[in-house]
Design a protein around this ligand. Structure first.
Ligand SMILES: [Zn+2]
Length: 467
């Protein structure tokens, strides 16, 4: 690309900073958290209102728009055969606690825009839209078109995509700006399973009569609770020290029946368990160190404590630790567990490399669990791989490098995106490496300069692919 055109794109985007911030702010103001389905609103009124607003923004900028079942909207750059789809989403996760400003009012502070969805994914969506507008307004001649596809259910299982893909075909190239730069070309597969064990109550003491931790299969829980009957506070002498070694804090309370334990670690996304400290596995380790009587709940706790050893993120004890050059290591987390006098139930979430198969993965884990009295009901979803040397990926990397001055390379991740089932699709931006966006947490934010750079990168990509 000529230097003139490159600098024209740069100045155009810079001069539209205010419009870009305003458009993002309009979307942030709509609380597009999934709600109860209503007629014409399969994911509730919030996501639908955000969709309407986004389509209004697109139409006002002169793009041809369409809507699919109240679930997905599209904006086309121009006439002509489509060469690129950009998939972004308008729904957000709930605000949660701990915000310094109103989560649904975009606030600019020190070069960042704060608000739920500024990073994930409303900011990136608007950056992609303005990249299309930039190419259009600069009059760059195009042979092929680009479509911005705006979904409304990415955070809760991507139930929106079938509304679109049941009638529409993918373009030959697809990226979703719903991750980090440079390019994520490998999304690990997923192996999830529920665990159950049943037993007859055995009246011996001391024993664990209640255990509870975790709430969502894809979240490594911070906290876990347990009730140990028949133990006094005097029997728990070394527990605090043990908790410290496990990296968690522990509260011990004497109750009528025995002692109540509460462990607090750090929550994490199940695709990156190494960034958290699992309260369930820490609690299992603590309980395994107590002088519990011989009974089914003690055996179950001991078994799970060994098979999901605290800090074993790679499934070693389950016999399924594996890795490959393309996708990296397997990760696994026990994310939910409930136990009482009648049995136990729980679930785990593993992100599996390309080399994982039924034979070397789920069958092995399920046999180990069965040996220790647990029935597992699991399912495996294969990994998604787009070759790094494809022409499309190389174009993305080149454009990223030109604008950011950083090395463009491919990476693999444990999380799945919109493109998991789209052949040749990749995640591309729009968060820059090392920027802390607090996505899904309090004070979510986007760096406005980064977002303008993302917009320039997308405009270069469109120019290179479609002109
Ligand atoms: Zn997202």
């Amino acid at each position: 690309m000529s230097t003139d055109r490159y600098s024209a794109i740069g100045s155009w985007v810079d001069s539209h900073r205010g419009d870009i911030v305003k458009a993002i702010s309009r979307l942030v103001a709509i609380k597009s958290v999934r709600g109860e389905p209503q007629e014409g609103m399969p994911f509730g009124s919030g996501p639908k209102r955000a969709l309407d607003e986004a389509l209004e923004i697109c139409a006002a900028l002169g793009f041809q728009t369409a809507e699919y079942g109240g679930a997905v909207g599209t904006a086309d750059l121009c006439e002509g055969e489509r060469k690129l789809d950009i998939l972004a989403h308008l729904d957000v996760v709930d605000a949660g606690k701990g915000w310094d400003t109103d989560p649904f009012t975009a606030v600019e502070k020190e070069g960042c825009l704060y608000g739920r969805g500024t990073d994930d994914n409303k900011g990136a969506l608007i950056a992609a839209l303005y990249a299309m507008l930039c190419v259009k307004e600069l009059g760059i001649p195009l042979k092929n078109s680009v479509r911005l596809i705006m979904g409304t259910d990415e955070e809760s299982g991507s139930g929106d995509l079938p509304y679109y893909f049941s009638t529409q075909k993918s373009a030959p190239n697809t990226f979703t700006p719903d991750s980090e730069f440079p390019v994520c070309n490998v999304e690990k597969g997923r192996y999830t399973a529920s665990l159950t064990a049943k037993w007859d109550k055995k009246e011996v003491l001391p024993r664990v009569t209640a255990f509870e931790g975790g709430y969502r299969i894809n979240v490594v829980p911070a906290e876990a609770f347990a009730l140990v009957e028949g133990l006094g506070a005097e029997d728990t002498g070394s527990l605090q020290e043990a908790a410290e070694l496990l990296g968690v804090s522990l509260e011990v309370r004497k109750s009528e029946k025995g002692i109540e334990l509460k462990v607090s670690g750090t929550a994490a996304h199940a695709s990156r368990p190494e960034t958290g400290t699992n309260g369930i596995t820490a609690m299992l380790a603590l309980l395994s160190g107590l002088p519990l009587a011989d009974c089914p709940s003690s055996s179950a706790i001991c078994a799970l404590g060994e098979l999901f050893a605290h800090g074993d993120f790679n499934g070693k004890a389950l016999g399924i630790d594996m890795s490959d050059d393309v996708s990296g290591e397997m990760t696994i987390s026990l994310t939910r567990l409930k136990l009482d006098d009648a049995g136990a139930e729980g679930c785990f979430d593993a992100r599996i490399p390309v080399c994982a198969t039924k034979e070397n993965c789920s069958s092995v884990a399920e046999a180990r669990l069965a040996e220790r009295g647990f029935a597992a009901d699991g399912k495996m979803i294969p990994a998604h791989v787009t070759p790094c040397d494809s022409k499309f990926v190389q174009t993305l990397l080149r454009c990223y490098q030109r604008v950011s001055g950083q090395k463009g390379e491919c990476y693999s991740m444990g999380g799945g995106t919109y493109v998991h089932d789209i052949e040749g699709g990749v995640a591309f931006g729009a968060t820059f490496p090392d920027f802390v966006s607090n996505l899904h947490g309090a004070n979510e934010r986007v760096c406005i300069d980064n977002l303008l750079d993302a917009c320039k990168i997308f405009a270069l990509v469109i120019t290179e692919l479609c002109s």
